[in-house]
Ligand binder design. Structure first.
Ligand code: ADP
Ligand code: GLC
Length: 503
């Protein structure tokens, strides 16, 4: 199949979260299976600074945006250690900035325009490159306009006449919701601004647009695919999602073990595998404690946390637990994150107050993320919701026992230790259901008790986790099935024109 992906993040060019890990790895696996894959990304400042070779293609892209024409250029690179081409859409006024979407807690004011431009630039580039396309696979709201453009403007335009579109939802809470006048930026007719297509409570909604117009849909775990069809996790789009449930799949993310493997990891103090995990983790733990100026105590449990400082990740549950545990329990915390200013303040205060117990690094550091995965005894993820989550999968590989809230992908990938799972030899971590500090605290207590008093059970948890295989091989095959479904659907999918009722 000839597959084109469009995304707003992919390692090593641009990353704020797991979307980048997915879009940097899935194309390589699809190519390994024999498919022809290419990737489109904005040419952000971070992409230019990635160290990857970038060349001009000579293609200029004059794109109509509202009443003006904005000119971009198409650049070319590739994914590391692969032949997968990466096309970078250059438009410095939009993309040559310090961050991808927001600074100091505020979204860039022209985000709608920046990503409408990107979507139109992708379509124009494909027309100009004129290589045949079977599947246009887009990710999240930033590329949600592409399925609509394909259906409305490009369905008779070579080389896209036979192409089908797939939208993967990595996070339903980020929808690209903009005031209604931004509809004019899209260049599409106002007739599509109706409650069954692009409109959402009076606003333009780019994720809904993708959900409605794509030929097939996926999200990043089976559990989350179910959850988002209900009112609690549906973020107002549950009805639209339910109406498309026949073409919606939950496909769990894979791990790129070329990047995340303690046997080959260049960032950590000692490399290790299941055979020498006890020694390897002890060395990595002592090094991490030293690096973070925590007392070097081999038997004190070290709890790791890495993630965006956003409400989604459960920092509001954690803060009181960290405070309480810092005074009453012999544990240490190693925290790495960046995001909402309110959580920066909260964590800074905790670290100042308990320097022997709580180490906080506010920023983005790929290397430290690896060292926390390797050096911590447990990895804590009390997410309010979690479409998939990658850190718990990395933790399993690094012999770092995950302690998670059983939601979305966390529920699908971590098996809670209890009598039954102990007997069946299936437990890999600890989980809880209630979104409360009490439930988190109790679960941490269970985990710390097991760590201190049942070393044999702890060893088994580590061993089982490390031997699991969450590589992309299986998930990539599920995407191929989804692409087949999309191709079959695209022949019968006639939803582009608004119905009488919706106009
Ligand atoms: P999400 O996509 O919701 O942020 P995931 O668990 O899927 O959550 O992926 C998060 C990815 O981002 C992981 O690779 C994690 O290591 C990385 N990450 C998040 N915050 C940071 C940070 N401050 N520094 C380094 N890596 C980070
Ligand atoms: C999102 C989700 C996360 C998921 C990632 C990659 O950012 O929050 O759970 O793992 O996308 O799919």
């Amino acid at each position: 199949m000839r597959i084109v992906m469009a995304t707003s993040e992919a390692v090593p060019f641009a990353k704020t979260g797991g979307l980048a890990d997915v879009c940097g790895a899935l194309p390589i696996e699809l190519a390994r299976l024999g498919h022809d894959v290419s990737l489109f990304l904005p040419a952000y400042r971070s992409a230019r600074q990635s160290g990857m070779p970038i060349e001009p293609t000579g293609i200029e892209l004059p794109i109509p945006i509202g009443t003006k024409t904005v000119v971009g250029r198409l650049l070319k690179s590739h994914l590391p250690e692969s032949n997968v081409p990466v096309y970078l859409v250059e438009q410095d006024q939009y993309y040559d900035r310090d961050a991808l979407y927001r600074e100091a807690g505020h979204d860039y004011i022209d985000n709608c325009e920046r990503f409408v431009f990107f979507c139109r630039a992708v379509m124009e580039s494909l027309r100009r490159l004129s290589a045949p396309v079977d599947i246009l696979h887009v990710h999240d709201w930033q590329t949600g306009l592409i399925p609509a453009l394909l259906k409305i403007e490009y369905r008779a335009v070579p080389p896209l006449e036979h192409a089908a579109s797939v939208l993967t939802i990595h996070n339903l809470a980020y929808q690209g919701n903009f005031w209604h006048w931004d509809m004019t930026l899209t260049g599409l007719d106002w007739k599509y601004f109706n409650w069954q297509q692009m409109e959402f409570y009076g606003h333009l909604n780019l994720l809904k647009t993708g959900i409605v117009f794509a030929d097939a849909l996926s999200t990043v775990s089976p559990r989350y695919a179910e959850e988002i069809q209900g009112p609690e996790q549906g973020c107002g789009l549950e009805e639209v999602l339910r109406s498309r449930r026949d073409v919606l799949r939950g496909i769990i993310n894979g791990v790129d073990y070329r990047q995340w493997n303690p046997e080959t990891d260049p960032h950590i103090a000692m490399r290790y595998g299941p055979e020498n995990v006890a020694e390897g983790k002890a060395v990595c733990k002592a090094a991490l404690q030293g690096e973070l100026s925590l007392p070097v105590e081999p038997r004190t449990p070290l709890l790791g946390l890495v993630g965006r400082l956003a409400d989604q990740k459960g920092w509001d549950l954690l803060a009181p637990v960290m405070q309480d545990w810092a005074t009453h329990h012999d544990v240490q915390w190693a925290v790495l994150g960046t995001g909402e200013p309110k959580y920066h303040e909260l964590l800074e205060k905790l670290a100042e107050r308990y320097p022997q117990r709580i180490a906080v690094r506010l920023g983005f550091s790929e290397a430290l993320a690896h060292r926390i995965e390797a050096g911590a005894d447990m990895f804590v993820m009390p997410s309010r919701y979690e479409p998939c989550g990658l850190n718990q999968l990395y933790s399993l590989k690094y012999g770092t026992v995950p302690v998670v809230r059983a939601t979305g992908g966390l529920a699908d990938t971590v098996t809670n230790l209890n009598e039954e799972t102990l007997a069946a030899d299936t437990a890999t971590g600890f989980s809880f259901r209630d979104y409360s500090s009490l439930a988190l605290s109790e679960t941490l207590r269970r985990a710390c008790d097991t760590y201190a008093n049942q070393p044999e059970v702890w060893r088994q948890l580590i061993d089982r986790g490390m031997r699991q295989d969450w590589s992309w091989a299986r998930s990539a095959k599920e995407y191929i099935e989804l692409y087949r479904l999309a191709l079959a659907q695209s022949k019968s999918n006639q939803i582009a024109e608004p119905t009488q009722e919706s106009t």
